[in-house]
Design a protein around this ligand. Sequence first.
Ligand code: ZN
Length: 106
Amino acid sequence: MDATRRRTQNEAMSRVANEAIEEGETADGNSTIDFLCECARSDCDRLIELSAREYRRVREHPRRFIVMPGHQSSDLEIIVDDRNGYLVVEKWGEAGALAEAEQPHG
Ligand SMILES: [Zn+2]
């Protein structure tokens, strides 16, 4: 397994956890909940506050992830949005293709 694939899998695991969090949200989707930072660091346990609605909007794009400011990997992804307290990053190249291939809901 090469480094890009391993790092992408770290992110995919965070995404699986976050989808469970998002699906467990039974309110109107506007209340703020804690999602895991979806960066490539295997030891990252930072939490990002956003609403389930905001998270779903990011997830409409299979190549997009939420990360803490400073946790982006400039060799794997570009910043597409700088929100209040977190960044939305989009994978490009091989990392983007892997992110699409490994997204939990196919
Ligand atoms: Zn992180």
